[in-house]
Structures are given as structure tokens and as C-alpha cells.
Write a protein of this length. Structure first.
Length: 107
């Protein structure tokens, strides 16, 4: 599970930037957090405050994402209907919005 989170954070970092220094900084932060967690666990420290902070951060993320999911649901329905019907190639016309990424021709 932990290795999965570490690799996921690096994949996300590569989506943000391909610069080697940025990826190295993300790896360094990952290793620092990993070492901190191991040392505090071995030392027997109580990390309940840290877990509470983590839970709060997750709640904030949910509060940010729920309205966005609601706003995008119509677009998802149109895209899913296009997929189920195996109609034409998916493009901006299906959704009714101009998005250059969706209009790219498949290679």
C-alpha cells in the first residue's frame, strides 16, 4: 500500500512537471515522510494529532471535489452515452464545448 502511494505521487508529479529537480524534490519529500513515520512508530510516539490533520485534509478535499463532480455530471452522461452507443469518435461536439484535447485525431 505504501509503495503504491509513493509511486502514485511520483506519477502525479510527472503530470505536473517533467523537470528532474521537481521529481527529485517529490522523491525527497516522500522519503522524508516515510523515514519520519518509521522513526516515530519505532519510538512509540502517539501520532493521533497527525492522523486528525490527515483526516481533516481529506475532508477538505471531499468538500472541494463534490461540487465539481456535480457540475461535471452532465458532461460525463453525454460521454458515457457516446461510449455505449459506439457512435462517432468522441469530440467536443458530443459535449457541446470546445476542448482542443478532445478534438485531437487518433494516431
Amino acid at each position: 500500500c505504501l509503495l503504491g502511494f509513493l509511486s502514485f505521487s511520483e506519477i502525479c508529479a510527472r503530470q505536473i512537471s517533467d523537470r528532474r529537480t521537481f521529481i527529485a524534490a517529490v522523491r525527497l519529500v516522500n522519503l522524508t515522510v516515510l523515514a519520519f513515520g518509521m522513526i516515530t512508530n519505532i519510538a512509540g510516539f502517539d501520532l493521533s494529532a497527525l492522523w486528525n490533520l490527515s483526516d481533516f485534509a481529506n475532508i477538505v478535499m471531499v468538500c472541494c471535489n463534490l461540487p465539481l463532480l456535480y457540475l461535471g455530471f452532465g458532461r460525463v452522461q453525454k460521454a458515457f452515452a457516446n461510449f455505449e452507443g459506439q457512435k462517432s469518435h468522441f469530440s467536443s461536439e458530443v459535449i457541446g464545448e470546445q476542448v482542443p484535447v478532445w478534438d485531437a485525431q487518433p494516431e
